[in-house]
Ligand binder design. Sequence first.
Ligand code: URP
Ligand code: ZN
Ligand code: ZN
Length: 471
Amino acid sequence: MGAKLITGGIVINANYTGEADVLIEGERIAAVVAPDSEISKSAHHSDTEVIDASGMYVIPGGVDAHVHLQLPMTPETTSSDSFASGTAAAAWGGTTTVIDFAGQIKGTAIPHAIESRLAEASGQCAIDYGLHLSVGDVNQQSLIDLPKTLDEGISSYKLFMAYPDAWYSDDGQILQVMQLASETGAMIMMHAENGIAIDVLRDQAIERGKTGSIWHGRTRPPELESEAAHRAIQLAVVAGSPLYIVHLSSSNALAEVARARNDGRNVFAETCPQYLYLSLEEHLDQPGIDGVRHICSPPLREFSDGHQDNLWKGLRTDDLSVVATDHCPFCDAEKMLGVEDFRQTPNGLGVIEHRMDLLFQGVLQGEITLQRWVEICSTTPARLFGLQGKKGAIAPGADADVVIYDPSKEHILGAETHHMAVDHSAWEGVAVTGQAVSVLSRGQYVIKDRTFVGNEGHGQFLRRKIPDVLR
Ligand code: URP
Ligand code: ZN
Ligand code: ZN
């Protein structure tokens, strides 16, 4: 692969914005230099491919730290994007790294979960990918197996305080995994919702004939998210482990994270575009398919309670560190399974393609700065999940995962034009400004001038290091 020089654009890193040229040699960034530098001048006179990025932003490829591709949810349902289609869709939207999950279901062993998930993803991905481990069965053998995952490049474990019938761990089990993480430096990711209480509320609702999608939201109130977040934080403090709360959706849970961070704890949280933009009133409280399409957990929250505004504020104050997608789409036929009983709807939305654009609207609306956009969508997730130095920055030595982003391109999101393998869109008709024009993964085009030129075998499995949690 020959060298490339991206010239004339504005480079945006988490800590820098300015005109600069980016020299790529092979799979890596070789130099970031002033446009009139000798390196730039000599590149123009060699066989280096010169890419004109005038009027464009040049940003590190997005790092989506929370996705579920081809995830079996129930015996009848599997999330509709495969590793191939989901990673291609991610690339269309300017994301060049995804981290999915190997899932240890109850009664199975961790090595088996990792081996089979690696086999499913291998040779399928258009961009680089990593795996967290979802721990669904904490027992003596699991505690022996867990430290070995670090040798395989899996340095983060998701635990669940929700889903008592499937993934749930009790407080003692959670504490044990946290104690182990405090020794090894692995990151604990937490689905923080009190699933035991939620299941009582859900069953009571159905008994009273409250079967519609709005009841998915009403039976998972924000108090049961903040209670779980508080408990998770206290357990992590006792164990001495880092903690990363996934898909945080409410002001209530955010307050718990803010307090812990003010106390200097290594507690972090991610939110997702759906919690910033969609709401219980407008999206979940709809009859039939329109309501069930918007079922995800935690649920969409009420605009009237100010959750969305507070999440934007949390992104500004760094109480929220990351925006990931929790991408987990299901087609209408599967979403319809819960149209007469919200409990039967597979949880999740399709977002992987739109995260960078949706968060860029936050820049245009004055919610976050350009550098903060890059930080929360790329730099911090790379650091918190052991990819620092390799992903998340336009810097010499880093992988040449580079997005040439047109900040003034207007387009409309929807199922007709998106590349996610799902037959509807939670973002149907939403007008946005800003779009990835070209996307390079390790120096190779995946998207070139809005054409997909990638291939399924390009994406490599990322063996991640111990996270850097000291910020
Ligand atoms: O609704 C959601 N979040 N689906 C994916 C599973 C999970 O809990 O992350
Ligand atoms: Zn979850
Ligand atoms: Zn998830």
